[in-house]
Design a protein around this ligand. Structure first.
Ligand code: BTN
Length: 325
């Protein structure tokens, strides 16, 4: 009989080691099949440790993503708005999946995965997606008024992520324009907003969110900027992934409805509360040049305002770094 990686993971524990023989007996496969699957889980980044002479154990307790538990965490109004909620064991990218479904989707769709084989970040970067503890989440929503009306959307998403984290007791986070979620000066979560459809007519947004809950050292080393996970931020006290996913859905559905009706203006205050660049000395990389100035908030479209002496510049798109004092 074939052994599924999720069944093997479920048979492991963080409390005690389980021997290869015991795993083989429970899963009704050979010890060689167990060993092979353990190696595959490790290659995907799962935290499976060998306990000398005693078998295998998990470096931390794993809570599998569970669509039913996520739905249980939604209020009735949000549950009604959700046309589809899918949880995958492994997928190329949750955002790529929703982009594939965009033309046929009938309403709001959410897709989550335990691991991604081709996780995508902004500006063509790869998003590290090891198995076993992080959140890889995408949401698809349609808008009637066209892509032209969606400026500031990614900042609005940032405020929803901050609110969802706060719902789970994680308050010490802020936003680095346009939408990096930082804690302790390092990246805790990333947001990728991809738009399709008409400029002035019906269109859709696929909002991809990756939150580091448990980032193994090997994955952390592959990231080209300082990164942090909730486990180190909160000394091992990591919120439930299913509860966090539910809070993300609730916060996003509400924020996107308000954004569709009122635009970015309705979020200006919420964004200002999370804005980590205001008043900071910045280096802005835009259109092949480097500009220095001081962060002065965002405008009504969500563009970054930078003060250079007495003048200001508004940047719709740029890479920003904070200059060391
Ligand atoms: C960034 O570069 O900061 C954006 C990262 C976005 C990552 C998430 S993980 C879920 C979704 N699927 C992807 O392939 N990317 C987004």
């Amino acid at each position: 009989m074939a052994i599924t990686p999720s069944a093997l993971l479920a048979a492991l524990s963080a409390d005690h080691a389980v021997s290869g023989a015991e795993l083989a007996r429970r899963l009704q496969v050979t010890r060689a099949a167990v060993w092979k699957q353990i190696e595959q889980l490790r290659e995907l980044g799962a935290p499976v440790e060998a306990a000398a002479g005693r078998g295998y154990r998990l470096a931390w307790p794993l809570e599998p993503l569970d669509a039913a538990r996520i739905r249980d965490g939604l209020d009735a109004a949000t549950r009604k708005r959700l046309a589809e909620l899918s949880v995958h064991w492994r997928i190329d990218s949750t955002s790529t999946e929703l982009l594939r479904r965009a033309s046929t989707a009938s309403g709001i769709e959410v897709c989550l995965a335990e691991t991604q084989s081709a996780g995508r970040g902004r500006r063509g970067r790869e998003w590290q997606s090891p198995l076993g503890g992080n959140l890889y989440f995408s949401l698809l929503r349609r808008f009637d008024a066209g892509m032209a009306q969606l400026s500031g959307l990614s900042l609005v998403v940032g405020t929803a992520v901050v609110a969802a984290l706060a719902d789970c007791g994680v308050a010490e986070v802020g936003l680095k324009w346009p939408n990096d979620v930082l804690a302790d000066g390092r990246k805790l979560a990333g947001i990728l907003v991809e738009l399709g459809g008409e400029f002035l007519g019906p269109c859709h947004a696929v909002i991809g969110i990756g939150i580091n809950l448990r980032l193994p050292a090997a994955a952390c080393a592959r990231i080209d900027q300082p990164a942090i996970d909730l486990a180190s931020l909160r000394r091992g006290k990591v919120p439930s992934r299913n509860v966090l996913a539910a809070r993300l859905i609730v916060r996003l559905v509400d924020a996107l409805d308000r954004f569709a009706a009122q635009g970015f203006a309705a979020f200006a205050e919420a964004y200002a509360r999370c804005d980590l660049l205001r008043g900071r000395d910045l280096r802005v990389f835009a259109a092949g040049a480097v500009h220095e100035g001081v962060g002065a908030g965002v405008d009504e479209r969500g563009a970054l305002i930078v003060r250079h002496g007495k003048s200001t510049t508004h940047y719709d798109s740029a890479e920003v770094s904070v200059r060391a004092a």
